[in-house]
Design a protein around this ligand. Structure first.
Ligand SMILES: Nc1ncnc2c1ncn2[C@@H]1O[C@H](COP(=O)(O)OP(=O)(O)OP(=O)(O)O)[C@@H](O)[C@H]1O
Ligand SMILES: [Zn+2]
Length: 675
């Protein structure tokens, strides 16, 4: 924290800090308004000197009592009630229990019985009855545990904050042949940004000139530097390594993939996953059970102070109450480092328990950049005339199939005419009007729906992915082939190894879908689906109580992405898909999806381990205490050490800074640093 304070604040940084403040206030508001409670302890601090001094002071007071330094006096008021007095004891306790009381008071304001309150009462009772050493000893342990807990949280927060400090504030822009430096906020979409070797790339966009290797590990999780030449896509937040690059600004600031990652993490810190509510409820049950046991102990032992205090002190709940948000924070941090935007802890949690994965074909399992592999014209129709008609209809099309048809036609010297009317029917095809009539270009289903008959049409045409017709006459078919993404096979195998059912969903013709599906080894194949049928498939699965992840990229996938338990959009997916999805991959690597799935499962396992472990330890502890088998001091040790164990268990998920340092040491040093 210290080095942060000494650095002069840049504009962007102070803005971020202000943002962090706002966020903090929002958080407080939230807590009061909705009565869902934050964890009782104050986690918003790093280790402060005051805390260390407080702990030291408590320890000294305990020591003074143990050494029997002269101050102990017991003032008997009457035979029943007596008031113990020890300077060391009361002062030590006064200093020591303040954090506990503050937390207990916060809880009371929200009308909640908290562990802190019962602990505070126990400590006062212990002191009141003369057990000063016991009270101070317990306080000492609780304070240490809280400090370690705070440090763990701080580490998690810092790991996330480090992510945000990565974007440069100033950029070098090339305009009219001259370059000049300006603040990133003054940038315009389309500006050419010049990135020197060794510098961090400030924007998302295509490379227009230069070539270089770029370290994308922060964004895509890919540890090997990636070569960038003109036409390749560069991401903000990645590090340019060997040569200068010109990048055309497509997105900057918060709109970049990197900005989205940061926003998602911030958002996730604000909103709580349902599992967190379960955790909070469990924690409050533990408090009530502990109180119940304490009453029982008091009654069974006729008010034996040791037994009663042991019982109230032994049961801990922080492994659940604080361990859960910490695990989610860690899981989100990991996903961010892997290059996935998880838009909320709830999605991470759901991902951890999905059983079915639906995979879109085009753009998800394949590159989505089809090639024309055959043009079949009907007898009497020339190949050029067929392409002329198809290209005219597709001239304004954004769909990869349309763009491919236009460029293929142009490459063969065909000049398509501008269509008068044009309509795109997602998942079906296009309808357009040229000077010679109405054109239909699309799937067989679409043409049949439009009243065209395919009876007597040769198979090569009827089974083509794209069929072309003018008015009522079929002109021919265009057969396309899309290249399979190399990692798709591996990813599908990994999903199956995770015991997930995989289903291929596509709008493409059955023959193509089946060939691909068999090659990849998916469990089920569904072809020739319209967007609403994709949606219906998702809804049907969910009605069967399946937890479904849908991975897609297209406009036609958007409804299914929304309906799925978790919708996942590919990096190069359409803006709609990226907007509607719950999880956004930065790259197009399906293995990234598999990785975050693993993180999600791990997060979930850790949370459940903490739940079960806490209950187990608490039940055993309560029983031991109830039967007088542990002293209050051992009770305090059990409480704090078990809680810490569970919290550290959660902290395992936090991305380790040491690991990243090591990794960076292995990567080639930036050229600028060497020069
Ligand atoms: N612009 C278009 N031009 C021609 N045909 C189209 C067009 N758009 C859709 N089609 C037809 O509709 C079918 C389904 O298209 P859609 O966009 O739903 O899926 P896709 O992107 O091909 O595949 P997937 O569903 O796997 O993403 C295509 O195979 C094609 O036959
Ligand atoms: Zn605690």
């Amino acid at each position: 924290m210290l080095d942060h304070d000494q650095k002069p604040l840049t504009d962007a940084q102070s803005q971020r800090d202000r943002h962090a403040d706002d966020h903090h206030h929002d958080h407080d508001h939230d807590d009061h308004d909705h009565d869902h409670h934050d964890h009782d302890h104050d986690h918003n601090h790093a280790v402060s000197l005051a805390e260390v001094l407080r702990i030291g002071f408590v320890a000294l007071c305990a020591l003074a009592i143990q050494l029997d330094l002269p101050d102990n006096t017991v003032l008997s008021i009457d035979s029943q009630l007596y008031l113990a007095f020890s300077w060391y004891g009361w002062i030590g306790l006064y200093i020591g229990v303040q954090p506990l009381f503050r937390a207990a008071y916060e809880g009371l304001k929200q009308r909640r019985m908290t562990m802190e309150l019962s602990m505070a009462i126990a400590l006062l009772a212990a002191a009141y009855t003369g057990y000063f050493f016991v009270a101070l000893f317990i306080t000492f342990f609780v304070l240490i545990a809280e400090m370690l807990e705070g440090m763990t949280f701080e580490r998690g927060r810092r790991a996330l904050r480090e992510l945000m400090d990565l974007l440069p504030n100033d950029v070098t822009v090339r305009r009219n042949g001259a370059t000049f430096v300006m603040p990133i906020s003054a940038l315009h979409i389309g500006d050419i940004v010049v990135v020197a070797p060794g510098a961090r790339i400030p924007v998302d966009g295509p490379v227009t000139a230069g070539n270089s290797f770029v370290d994308e590990s922060r964004i895509t999780g890919e540890s090997m530097p990636v070569e960038k030449v003109a036409g390749a896509h560069a991401y903000a937040g990645t590090v340019n390594q060997s040569g200068a690059l010109d990048i055309q600004t497509e997105r900057f600031g918060r709109a970049t993939s990197f900005g989205k990652i940061i926003e998602a993490v911030e958002q996730a810190e604000k909103t709580r996953a349902p599992i967190q509510r379960v955790a909070d409820r469990l924690a409050s049950y533990i408090v009530y059970y502990a109180l119940g046991f304490t009453a029982l102990a008091y009654w069974m032992t006729n008010g034996d102070v040791n037994t009663t205090i042991s019982t109230i002190v032994v049961a801990g709940a922080c492994g659940v109450a604080a361990g859960t948000p910490l695990a989610i924070l860690g899981g989100m941090g990991r996903c961010a480092k892997l290059g996935a935007v998880v838009k909320g802890g709830v999605h991470l949690e759901t991902l951890g328990r999905i059983d079915t994965v639906l995979l879109d074909k085009t753009g998800t399992l394949t590159y989505g950049v089809p090639d024309v592999v055959g043009v079949h014209a009907m007898p009497g129709v020339g190949e050029k005339a067929l392409l002329q008609a198809a290209a005219a209809a597709e001239l304004c099309s954004e769909h990869p199939l349309g763009r491919m048809i236009v460029s293929h036609a142009r490459a063969l010297g065909v000049q398509p005419e501008e269509p008068a009317h044009y309509a795109y029917l997602p998942g079906k095809g296009v309808k357009a009007q040229d000077s010679r009539g109405l054109l239909f270009v699309g799937s067989r289903v679409f043409l049949e729906e439009s009243g065209l008959s395919l009876v007597g049409v040769p198979d090569a045409i009827a089974n083509a992915s794209v069929i072309v017709a003018r008015e009522t006459v079929i002109l021919g078919g265009i057969v396309v082939e899309d290249r399979v993404r190399p990692e798709a096979q591996e990813a599908v195998a990994a999903l199956k190894a995770l015991k997930l059912k995989t289903v291929l969903l596509t709008g493409d013709v059955r023959a193509v879908a089946e060939r691909l599906g068999r090659q990849l080894g998916v469990d089920e194949i569904e072809a020739e689906l319209l967007p609403e049928q994709k949606l219906a498939r998702v809804k049907a699965l969910r009605a069967e109580k399946k937890t479904v992840a849908m991975v897609g990229d297209g406009v036609n996938d958007a409804p299914a992405l929304v309906a799925a338990s978790v919708g996942v959009a590919m990096g190069s997916g359409s803006e709609v898909a990226r907007e509607k999805a719950d999880v956004m991959l930065v790259s197009d690597n399906l293995n990234q999806f598999v990785e975050i799935l693993r993180v999600a499962r791990r997060t979930r396992n850790i949370i459940w381990f903490n739940f079960v472990g806490t209950i187990l330890v608490d039940v055993i502890g309560l029983l031991l205490a109830l039967f007088g088998m542990i002293s209050p001091m051992w009770a305090a040790i059990i409480h704090t050490s078990s809680e810490l164990t569970f919290i550290l268990n959660s902290a395992r998920l936090l991305p380790s800074p040491v690991f990243w340092k090591k990794l960076e040491a292995y990567l080639p040093a930036p050229a600028a640093a060497r020069a």
